[in-house]
Design a binder for this molecule. Sequence first.
Ligand SMILES: Nc1ncnc2c1ncn2[C@@H]1O[C@H](COP(=O)(O)OP(=O)(O)OP(=O)(O)O)[C@@H](O)[C@H]1O
Ligand SMILES: [Mg+2]
Length: 467
Amino acid sequence: MPFLKILLVEDSPADSRLLWEMLRDSGIKGRFALDPAVTLKEAISQLSSKKFDLVLLDLMLPDSAGLDTFRAVHKACPDVPVVLLTGLSDENLAARAVREGAQDYLVKGQVDPATLVRSMRYAVERHVAERSFRPSPKLSEEGKKLCPDMVGSSDELKEVRSLIETVARTSNTSVLIMGETGTGKELVANSIHFLSSRRYGPFIKLNCSAIPDTLMEAEMFGYEKGAFTDAKQSKKGLFELADGGTIFLDEIGDMDIRLQPKLLQILENRTLRKLGGVSDVKIDVRVIAATNVELAEMVREKRFREDLYYRLNVMVIGLPPLRERKEDIVLLAEHFMDENAPLEGQEGQIRKLTPETAAVLSEYNWPGNIRELKNVIERAMILAGPDEIRPEHLHITGGQEPAPAARPGAPQYSMDMSLEELEKAHIKNVLEKTGGNITHASKVLGISRYTLREKLKKYGLREAENA
Ligand SMILES: Nc1ncnc2c1ncn2[C@@H]1O[C@H](COP(=O)(O)OP(=O)(O)OP(=O)(O)O)[C@@H](O)[C@H]1O
Ligand SMILES: [Mg+2]
C-alpha cells in the first residue's frame, strides 16, 4: 500500500483517537499521515489547500449533518475517495451516500483494524488504479446501480426493508425470497449483498431455469480433470467463484431434484464435492434463493426436497404483488420518471403525472408488477415528450394490451424506433400470429422458450392464458 495522506473529519476526540490507534495497529502502520478536521468548514478549507488520498468522514459534525455533509465534501473534491464513519442510527443515510458516490461506510464501534484498512485500500484502489494493491473484488458501478433505495411507503415494503437490514447484518444466513414476477426479488438479493459485510466479495447470479439440467452440475459445482471425456482440466463452479461473497439462485424451484442434495451439503457443512472429486472443498458463501412458485406445494408433489426446503425456509422475505400495495404505485412511477434522463432541452423541468394518470395507474392490477410499471412509465415518457403524462400515454386498459391500430398482423415498424422497441413490436406481432403459443413463437423467433418468456416479462407482454 502506498503512503496515504488522509483527512480525518471527526468532531469527537474519543472517536478520532480510536481511529488513529486502529490505523497505528493495522497493516499500514507508519505508512500514513493523518490530518484532522473537526468541522465541515475546516475540512473544506483543508481540501482546497492540500492534496489528500482519502477522506474519512463523520456525517454528524457541529456545522453540518447527514447527507449534506457528504455532498459538500464530495463537491469540494470529487476526485478524492470518501469513506464514511457513522453511528448505527445513521447507517441508512450512509448507505444512501454510498449510492451518491461515497466509497464505503463503516459503523463506529463495529470496525476492526482489518476492516478499516480493507475499506480504505478498496476506496483508494479505485482512484489510484496504477498502484500495486492486492487485488480485491470491487463493488462495481453496476452493483451500486442495482442497489438503489427500495422505493415505497407501504407497511409491506417497510417490513421488507427492515428484513433486508436485519439479514444484511448477518453474513451466513441463507435467505429465501418469494414473490411474483417483477416484484423486486433480484433487487432485494442485491441489496442484501451490498449492505452486508460480504459486499467486498463477489455477487454471483445463477438462474436455475436458464441452464439445462445436464450442464447445471458442472456449472454450479465445477469439475476435476478427467471427470468426463471433455474435462481436460479442472474447472471451478459458480459456488467456488462466489467464495467470500454471495450466490443468488434465481428460480430455485427449477433446480433439478438430483442436484438438490449438493446444495443442501453446502448449506449444512459449507463444503462441496466437485464432479469427479475425491475430497470436499471448503466454501464460504451466503446463499440467497428466489422463487415465484410455491415451494411448499412442490414439496408436497415431491418435486422439491423437503429437507432443502426447510433449510431455505428459515429466513423468508415475501414480496407482495404491487396490486396489494397500491400506495406504492404513484411513488414508484415518480421514481422511474426521475430515473429517466431528461430529454434534451428539458433538463431541470419537472415532469408530472396528471391526477387522472395517477388514478389509472392506481386502479390497474399490474400482473407484471414493478417491472411492468417501469416499462409503462418509460414508454409513456417517450410518448408524452415534453408534456405531462396523460392516461392515453400509458397504454394500459384494464390489463389488456390495446389492439393494434392498423391492419392486424401488419408490423408497426418505423425508422425512429429503437432496437428494443423494434424487438418488442416484432415479438408482439409473432405472438399474435401464433395465437400466443410460446413454443411456436419461440421457433419462429429463433430463441429458446425461456429467453422468450424473459423477453415477455421485460416488455410487459403476456403469453396466451392456455398456451
Ligand atoms: N421497491 C422498488 N423500488 C424501485 N425499483 C424497484 C423496486 N422493486 C423492484 N424494482 C425494479 O423493478 C424491476 C424488476 O425487479 P426485479 O428484477 O428485482 O424483479 P424480480 O422479482 O426478480 O422479477 P422476476 O421474477 O421476473 O425475475 C427492476 O428494474 C427493479 O430495479
Ligand atoms: Mg428476477
